[in-house]
Design a protein around this ligand. Structure first.
Ligand code: ZN
Ligand code: ZN
Length: 632
C-alpha cells in the first residue's frame, strides 16, 4: 500500500536525479575545473601524487611535464599564486551559492575554504619562510612518488626521478634564501627528515633507476644533490639559529583563522574546547565503568578509596598495554590486523565493498616519519584511483633505548594498533576514499581530494572504528559460539591471516564521496578463491617499492608468511582464559593475553607524538604552499 508520503518519495526518486545543471552550477564547474588544474600546476609534486602529469600553460601554450619538476618556491612564484588566488576569491564572490545544486554547493564551500586557506597560508602562515622542514618533506614526496606510484612504465618514472634529483640543488638554494626565522623544534625535525631524503636518493632511487636508460643521468645528478642536502642541513643547523627565532605556536588569532578554513566547521575553537571539556567527564566515567570489572578480576586484592578512577583505570590500561608487538614487529602486526579486518568486513558482509586488494601496508618512508610518527593512510591519486593505496606504519628506530621503545609499544598495544588499522586502512579511510574516487566529473574528485573537508573524512575513519568494534573486533565477540571456533566466522582459521594487502583504489578525501559505511548489502561478501588471491597479495605486499632497505624501516619480510602463530590473531576470542584470572567471569577477548606478534630484537624510529596525519592534510599542500604539520 502506498501512503501519500511514500508516493511522494517514489516520485522524487523518479524525478530528481536527471536535473540539468543550472547556469550557475555550470559556471562554477568551469571555475573549479580551472582551479584544480592551476593549483596543481603550482605544485608539481602534489600534481604527481594526484595523478596529474602534464599541464598546458594557458599563457604560453606550452606543455609542462609536471612529473619532472619540483615546486617553484621562488618569490616570483609566490606572487603569481597570490595573484591567482585573490582573483579566484573575487570570482567566487560573484557566484550565487543559492542557485547551485546541492552537490555543487558542497564543492563551492570546499573551494571557498580552500582559496581562503591558500591566501592565509601565503600571507599569514608563510611556512616556506619559517619552517625548514617543509622542504625536506616536499623533496621526499617528490622523489618517492615516481618510485612508489606506478602511473607509468619504469623507464618513464626513472626519467622523472632523475630530472627531479637534478633539481634538488636549485630547490634547496632557494629554500635557504626563503627562510627568515625558525625555531629549534622545526630545525630538529628538518635535520631528521633531510637524512631520510639523502637515504632515499642514495639507496632507493639508485636501486630504482638501475638498468633503465636514466641510470647514468641519475648517477651524475646524485653527488650534487647529496652535496646540496649537506649544505642545506648545515644551514639549518648552523645558520638558521642565528637568524630570528619564532614560536612554533601560531597564537590565538591565527589559530582561529586557520581552524575555520582547515576544519571548515562552524564552531569556534572556544566552543569546541568547552564541549570537549564537558565530554571528558562523561568519557572518564565510562572508562571507570568499563575498567571496574577487569580491575576486580585482575587485582582482586586491591582496595581503592572513594576517588578510585585514576588508579583503577590506569592499572587496567597498563595491564592492557602489556600486550603488544615486539619493537621490530609493528609493521607485521599491522599487516596481520589489516588481513583480519578484511576478513571481518567480507565475512560479516559489512560493506558492499569487499575488495581491498589495492592496499599495501609498508613502513613509513623515513623522510615522512617526522610527520607520520605512528601511522597514516596515503591514497591512490585522485585521477588514477587504480593505483596503490598505502597504509604507512612507522617502525621503532633501532637507536631507541629499550625503555622508550617499550613506552611506545605500550601505548600502541595490540588493541590500539587494531583500532588504528580499522581507522586508517580497513574499512577505514580506504572505504571512504574508494567511494570518493567514484565521484564525477574529475575536477570534483580532485577538488575533494585536496580541498576536502577534514571532519567529514575523519568522521568516516572514526565511524569505521565503531563499526568494527560493534562487529566484535577488538574485545567484543565475533559471534556467539564455542570459544575455539569463535575467533573468525569470517574465514577458516589459518587462512584468514595470510592475506596481506596489496591494495585497492582509495583516497582519503573530503567533500561528498558517499561511502556506504555501515550499509549492509547482502551478497556482497567475497566468496571463493580467497586463498589463491591471498597468496598473490601477500607477494604483492612484500614487493614494497624501495621497501626494506631504501626506506630504512622494519623489513617487510613476510611476517605474514606462514608462521605458525598466525592463528592467534588480534581478533577476539570469547572464552579464552585470562592470565591470572581463573574462573574469570568476563571472557572478553580484548583482554586475552597474547604473545608478541613478531620475533623481536632491537628495533628502531623517531616518533613525534601520536599523530595520524591524513591524506587530505597532505593534499592541501597543493593549494597551500605551506603545509603545516605541527597542528596535528
Ligand atoms: Zn588497583
Ligand atoms: Zn583519519
Amino acid at each position: 500500500m502506498l501512503t501519500p508520503f511514500a508516493f511522494l518519495a517514489v516520485s522524487l526518486l523518479r524525478v530528481a536525479p536527471p536535473a540539468p545543471p543550472s547556469p550557475d552550477s555550470a559556471a562554477f564547474a568551469r571555475l573549479a575545473q580551472e582551479f584544480v588544474l592551476r593549483a596543481l600546476s603550482f605544485a608539481p609534486i602534489t600534481a604527481t601524487q594526484n595523478g596529474l602529469h602534464r599541464f598546458v600553460d594557458p599563457a604560453t601554450g606550452r606543455t609542462i611535464l609536471l612529473d619532472e619538476r619540483l615546486d617553484d618556491v621562488s618569490p616570483a612564484a609566490e606572487r603569481r599564486q597570490l595573484a591567482y588566488y585573490r582573483g579566484l576569491a573575487a570570482r567566487l564572490h560573484r557566484l550565487h551559492p543559492a542557485r547551485l545544486d546541492p552537490q555543487t554547493l558542497a564543492d563551492f564551500d570546499l573551494l571557498r575554504s580552500g582559496v581562503r586557506y591558500a591566501l592565509y597560508a601565503l600571507t599569514r602562515e608563510r611556512a616556506p619562510h619559517t619552517r625548514p622542514q617543509v622542504y625536506a618533506e616536499a623533496l621526499g614526496n617528490a622523489l618517492f612518488a615516481p618510485i612508489s606510484l606506478e602511473y607509468a612504465d619504469t623507464a618513464s618514472r626513472a626519467r622523472h626521478l632523475a630530472a627531479r634529483v637534478e633539481g634538488v640543488p636549485g630547490y634547496l638554494a632557494q629554500a635557504a634564501r626563503n627562510l627568515e626565522r625558525s625555531n629549534a623544534i622545526h630545525r630538529r625535525v628538518a635535520l631528521e627528515e633531510l637524512a631520510g631524503v639523502a637515504d632515499l636518493i642514495r639507496k632507493t632511487g639508485t636501486d630504482f633507476v638501475r638498468g633503465t636508460s636514466s641510470e647514468a643521468r641519475y648517477g651524475r645528478a646524485t653527488a650534487p644533490a647529496l652535496a646540496a642536502l649537506d649544505r642545506y642541513a648545515a644551514f639549518v643547523r648552523d645558520t638558521l639559529p642565528r637568524r630570528p627565532q619564532g614560536d612554533w605556536r601560531m597564537g590565538e588569532a591565527r589559530f582561529a583563522a586557520k581552524w575555520r578554513d582547515v576544519l571548515q566547521v562552524s564552531r569556534s575553537p572556544a566552543e569546541m574546547f568547552a564541549r570537549a571539556k564537558a565530554r571528558l567527564a562523561e568519557d572518564r566515567a565510562e572508562m571507570l565503568r568499563l575498567a571496574g570489572p577487569l580491575h576486580a578480576q585482575w587485582f582482586p586484592a586491591h582496595r581503592h578509596g572513594a576517588d578510585s578512577l585514576n588508579p583503577v583505570v590506569s592499572e587496567v590500561l597498563a595491564r592492557i598495554g602489556e600486550e603488544h608487538a615486539n619493537r621490530d614487529s609493528l609493521l607485521v602486526q599491522a599487516q596481520h590486523d589489516v588481513a583480519a579486518l578484511e576478513d571481518v568486513v567480507r565475512g560479516r558482509r559489512l560493506l558492499s565493498l569487499d575488495d581491498f586488494s589495492n592496499l599495501r601496508v609498508i613502513p613509513t618512508p623515513v623522510f615522512m616519519r617526522g610527520v607520520y610518527g605512528v601511522a597514516g593512510a596515503v591514497f591512490a591519486p585522485a585521477l588514477e584511483p587504480k593505483l596503490t593505496t598505502f597504509y604507512w606504519v612507522t617502525p621503532i628506530p633501532p637507536e631507541w633505548p629499550a625503555e622508550r621503545a617499550e613506552a611506545k609499544l605500550r601505548e600502541y598495544n595490540r588493541y590500539k594498533m587494531l583500532t588504528l588499522a580499522s581507522h586508517e586502512a580497513v574499512p577505514g579511510h580506504t572505504t571512504q576514499g574508494t567511494y570518493a574516487n567514484m565521484a564525477t566529473p574529475e575536477w570534483r574528485r580532485v577538488l575533494r581530494s585536496f580541498a576536502g573537508n577534514g571532519p567529514y573524512v575523519e568522521g568516516w575513519g572514526v565511524y569505521s572504528e565503531h563499526l568494527m568494534r560493534a562487529a566484535g573486533v577488538e574485545g567484543g565477540r565475533l559471534r556467539q559460539g564455542p570459544p575455539d571456533r569463535a575467533q573468525g566466522d569470517a574465514a577458516p582459521r589459518g587462512q584468514q591471516h595470510h592475506r596481506h594487502r596489496a591494495a585497492h583504489p582509495g583516497h582519503e578525501r573530503g567533500g561528498g564521496g558517499a561511502p556506504d559505511g555501515g550499509r549492509r548489502l547482502p551478497g556482497a561478501a567475497g566468496g571463493g578463491g580467497e586463498a589463491a588471491a591471498g597468496s598473490a597479495r601477500l607477494r604483492a605486499a612484500q614487493h614494497v617499492p624501495g621497501g626494506d632497505r631504501g626506506l630504512g624501516g622494519a623489513p617487510a619480510r613476510g611476517g605474514a608468511g606462514g608462521r605458525g602463530g598466525l592463528q592467534r590473531l588480534p581478533l577476539s576470542r570469547p572464552g579464552a582464559p585470562l592470565r591470572g584470572a581463573a574462573g574469570a567471569h568476563r571472557p572478553e577477548a580484548l583482554f586475552r593475553r597474547r604473545g608478541p606478534v613478531g620475533v623481536g630484537a632491537g628495533g628502531p624510529v623517531r616518533e613525534r607524538g601520536d599523530m595520524k596525519p591524513q591524506r587530505h592534510e597532505r593534499a592541501r599542500e597543493a593549494i597551500l604552499p605551506s603545509p603545516d604539520k605541527e597542528t596535528r
